[in-house]
Design a binder for this molecule. Structure first.
Ligand SMILES: Cc1ncc(COP(=O)(O)O)c(C=O)c1O
Length: 510
């Protein structure tokens, strides 16, 4: 493959009108460090009140690879106490000084982190990101570029800005990440399952929005073969693929199988990383994938740091957009995350990601185990279908009708429940009295409100729907959807939340 690699193809015909006006400009920020700066309005670095930052951080192996609990930072709670007593805490620290001195281990300094930096971001973080993308995603063309951004939400907005004009369409799944849709809809874009230019009154879409890793909200991971097929379609129809992928590393090691404890895989951290289902970028031999990565799920969303990977043309337009409108992510965030990654090195970051992925997998298993305790769950192909527990107060009739179903997530943070409204005792009557859409909305709101009153907040599926209520009703889609996150809290909170959910669903169907 490597001998045949070429540079990105020319995709300039995909640029929006705004993008055509954006050219990265030099502001003289990257001039010789010896030159006297009479440019700009940067405060003298001596006027910054922060002298240094001392950061305490968890070591890469703070979370075990085969955890039995989510108690903090160690193989077990007792292991954690023992570590504390013996001084082997999984915590290390670094300092970001005002100025680096010769021989410092740190590579970031407040002098640059607190100042206006180049729009490309801080140089050591740029290097780390470039090397990480090369290690993990191995794009199949030569001249790919990376650029630090302000997280995937902002990056998606920027991608839309440089690629679509108002009224143009992009393709995506029927249910997709709600924030991505909100931005698309405000741009007058339409999302399409099958395209009929005349009926839609819009040109054929040129952009696909997709998630390469575990999908939010569906919890599904697209296989490598399917990605290859989608990529081939993109080449055939000359599409740009936007790969928004916060959950790439959160691919569970084993599928959920009730009652079967996952057998820990004997593999090195490198083998784990290489064993993940590859991103679209890995199949991208033409530079038509714009990949959006974020540190939100690995280091913390408050940092607001992520990065794009794409062709020189797209990255230069995004850089121009940053210069014109967005500037750059906080230098402090870049310095803290950048120094952390510098300390971790690629091996350490890989181990860190593996440890937290194992945590999420354990949480997923607990959440589904809890549902098994509360509902009568039966396996139907890939899906788990839940019925009211036979010993419950439910009448004989409803005990034989399914309440909900879901596909055990391949990782990530969410379970995507289809609530079987077509089996709800009031749905048909309500539909006739009003309309299927109104009946769905009323019952969906009722369940959501009951859950809130019982102390559990989940996200309503309607927020992720690409089509309108009417379009979905005309397809005969009776079900409603709820997304539950299993990503945070203690085991007790998680179990309690899912128990309340199961009890409320049973009550709702009575
Ligand atoms: C699919 C998807 N894209 C983007 C984001 C937001 O990422 P960021 O925090 O980097 O803006 C999320 C967060 O939940 C997400 O699920």
């Amino acid at each position: 493959m490597s001998e045949k690699r070429s540079n990105a193809v020319d995709l300039s015909h995909h640029l929006s009108d705004i993008a055509k006006t954006l050219e990265p400009r030099s502001f003289g920020l990257d001039t010789d460090p010896g030159s006297i700066n009479l440019d700009g309005g940067a405060p003298d670095i001596e006027y910054f009140p922060i002298e240094s930052l001392q950061v305490q951080y968890l070591k890469p192996d703070a979370f075990p690879i085969s955890p039995t609990d989510v108690l903090p930072h160690g193989s077990s709670f007792f292991g954690w106490i023992a570590n504390m007593l013996t001084g082997k805490t999984p915590i290390a620290q670094f300092v970001v000084p005002r100025r680096l001195k010769a021989g410092d281990e740190s590579v970031f300094e407040l002098k640059t982190a607190l100042s206006y930096s180049g729009f490309e971001g801080l140089a050591p973080l740029q290097k780390t990101i470039r090397e990480w993308v090369t290690r993990v995603h191995k794009p199949a063309y030569n001249d790919y570029k990376t650029l630090i951004d302000l997280g995937a939400t902002c990056a998606w907005n920027s991608a839309l800005t440089i690629l679509l004009n108002p009224g143009e369409a992009f393709l995506t799944d029927r249910y997709a990440y709600n924030t991505a849709l909100a931005q698309g809809i405000t741009r007058d874009a339409r999302v399409l399952a099958t395209w009929d230019e005349k009926a839609r009154g819009l040109k054929r879409p040129r952009v696909i929005y997709t998630q390469g890793g575990v999908h939010n909200p569906a919890g599904i991971l697209i296989s490598a073969q399917r990605k290859r097929d989608i990529y081939d379609v993109a080449v055939r129809y000359d599409l740009v693929v936007i790969e928004d992928d916060p959950y790439y590393f959160q691919q569970a090691s084993t599928p959920y199988i009730h009652g079967v404890a996952p057998a820990p895989k004997q593999q090195t951290d490198d083998e784990w990383l290489d064993g993940l289902v590859p991103s679209f970028l890995q199949f991208d031999y033409q530079g038509r994938v714009l990949r959006l990565d974020t540190f939100s799920k690995s280091l913390g969303p408050g940092g607001r740091v992520g990065y794009y990977t794409g062709s020189p043309l797209l990255i230069s337009k995004l850089l121009g957009l940053h210069q014109a409108y967005l500037t750059f992510p906080s230098g402090l965030s870049q310095a803290i995350f950048g120094e952390l990654l510098h300390r971790y090195k690629q091996e350490g970051f890989t181990r860190w990601l593996r440890g937290i992925t194992a945590q999420y997998e354990l949480r997923r298993n607990w959440a589904i185990d809890t549902l098994y305790q509360c509902l009568d769950i039966r396996v139907q192909n890939r899906a788990l279908v839940a019925y009211a527990p036979t010993k419950g107060a439910m009448s004989e009739k409803f005990a034989h009708q399914s309440l909900l179903s879901f596909i055990p997530p391949d990782g990530g943070m969410f379970i995507w429940f289809a609530i079987h409204l077509h089996n709800h005792p009031r749905y048909q009557q309500l539909s006739h009295q009003t309309s299927p859409t109104e009946a769905k909305n009323a019952l969906s709101l009722e369940l959501f409100t009951n859950l809130i009153n019982a102390g559990v907040v989940m996200r309503r599926g309607e927020l992720f729907a690409v089509e309108t209520d009417e379009e979905r009703a005309s397809r005969g889609e009776d079900d409603i959807f709820l997304r539950a996150a299993f990503s945070s809290g203690t085991k007790e909170q998680l179990e309690k939340g899912f128990k309340i959910f199961a009890a409320q669903v049973v009550k709702f169907f009575q």
